[in-house]
Design a protein around this ligand. Structure first.
Ligand SMILES: Cc1cc2nc3c(=O)[nH]c(=O)nc-3n(C[C@H](O)[C@H](O)[C@H](O)COP(=O)(O)OP(=O)(O)OC[C@H]3O[C@@H](n4cnc5c(N)ncnc54)[C@H](O)[C@@H]3O)c2cc1C
Length: 358
């Protein structure tokens, strides 16, 4: 019997996970990425235990766990006032923390796993896609010698501006948030919570987050310009390693499949960083799709993951709206709820379950 061959477009966390999962099951898989080399710019930093469980069979979870920081708490502030300490402890779960690791490091561990079976072709851009009942045909820019131009299946893991999605004509309904968010990676010799995720609700309805990356290295994200200036608590920054801004769209593709072409990760859904779910969702899409392709029931993938993607994007957006509300009544309500969570182990377990395993 002919071995199945699959082209994965995009070597971000989603594409790499799909490739590892297919390759370790014996599928002939090629990954292309239009970048000249792997990206050193990390966006995601929070890995859910659910993702770690999905990445366990490939051995990637072990490598991530060895390197990452285990966050056992989230701290929730309104300006300078600490409203709640949220432990992630779940007594019946082996992994009850969020793992902090820069996305480029997560991608390195996925690439290492993939290198046991094959390699990513960098500098290769997908231009066109067409398909018939049996094959998917691609036009590639800068294709290396020996790389096929027809495949049994194609996975579009090519991010928010997916060319694959556009080529097969799947729409991406939703909207773009106004304004730009900012991000800074810094070295600092003082920060109040070097072992917890910190979320600060600001007086003007904006948000700032701090995620420790290593000892004395922190990621600051804000829903406004200049993440460091937005931070209401003292951080002694000794150097800024990198700073930038980004825009946010809230979108879910109308379908995650067209014939033999599938979408996964940001190509299929995107939302704000509130909840830190984007990369985790992409990893779960990839694992599900790889399993279904191998088992021969890939046609159920779109329905299954579309439902989940839509629900998570909806929840993240709901949380973003509540946390950035300027309406005094909503702000009062959030304040009260946070104070309640701070005192109630029952509510803390419910929130932890959502944050870690939803
Ligand atoms: C500031 C910030 C913080 C975040 N924090 C978190 C977090 O803590 N936890 C979390 O889970 N998520 C987080 N996210 C979201 C997360 O970064 C994304 O969801 C994740 O990177 C999506 O991965 P992906 O592989 O689907 O797409 P991408 O990472 O965008 O990768 C797509 C790849 O496809 C390649 N490509 C595109 N077009 C082509 C083409 N035509 N041909 C070949 N290659 C192509 C690109 O070069 C790229 O390498 C955050 C996002 C931001 C902006």
């Amino acid at each position: 019997m002919k071995q199945m061959n699959v082209l994965v477009v995009g070597a971000g966390p989603t594409g790499l996970t799909a490739a590892v999962e297919l390759a370790r099951r014996g599928v002939n898989v090629d990954v292309i990425d239009k970048r000249e080399a792997a990206s050193g710019w990390s966006r995601a930093v929070g890995i859910q235990p659910l993702s770690l469980e999905l990445l366990r069979p490939s051995g990637v979870a072990g490598a991530l766990l060895e390197e990452g920081i285990r966050f056992q708490f989230a701290k929730f502030y309104r300006e300078k006032e600490l409203l709640a300490t949220m432990p992630f402890a779940l007594p019946d779960k082996e992994l009850s923390f969020i793992l902090g690791l820069a996305q480029d490091r997560t991608e390195i561990h996925l690439r290492d796993a993939l290198e046991r079976y094959g390699r990513v072709h960098y500098g290769v851009e997908l231009e066109e896609v067409s398909q018939d009942e049996e094959q998917v045909f691609v036009t590639l820019e800068n294709s290396p010698q020996g790389l096929a131009t027809s495949f049994d299946f194609l996975i579009g893991a090519d991010g928010v501006r997916s060319r694959v999605r556009e080529q097969v004509g799947i729409s991406y309904p939703g909207f773009d948030l106004q304004g730009r968010w900012s991000i800074a990676d810094v070295n600092a010799d003082y920060w109040v919570h070097p072992d917890a995720l910190t979320i600060c609700q600001l007086a003007d309805g904006n948000l700032a987050f701090v995620v420790p990356l290593e000892s004395n290295r922190f990621r600051v994200i804000a829903s406004t310009a200049d993440a460091l200036a937005a931070l209401p608590l003292r951080m002694n920054v000794t150097s800024i390693r990198r700073a930038g801004d980004f825009s946010i769209s809230i979108r879910v593709a109308e379908s995650f499949q067209k014939g033999r072409v599938f979408l996964a990760g940001d190509a299929a859904h995107c939302h704000s960083p509130v909840g830190g779910r984007g990369m985790n969702l992409g990893i779960a899409d990839a694992v599900e799709l790889a399993r279904r392709l191998v088992d021969g029931n890939a046609d159920g993938y779109s329905d299954c993951r579309h439902k989940i993607g839509k629900a998570i994007v909806g929840k993240s957006e709901q949380a973003r709206k509540i946390l950035t509300a300027t309406n005094p009544l909503i702000r009062l309500g959030t304040y009260g709820v946070m104070k309640l969570v701070d005192r109630s182990p029952f509510l803390q377990r419910r929130v932890a379950m959502q944050a870690l395993y939803d």
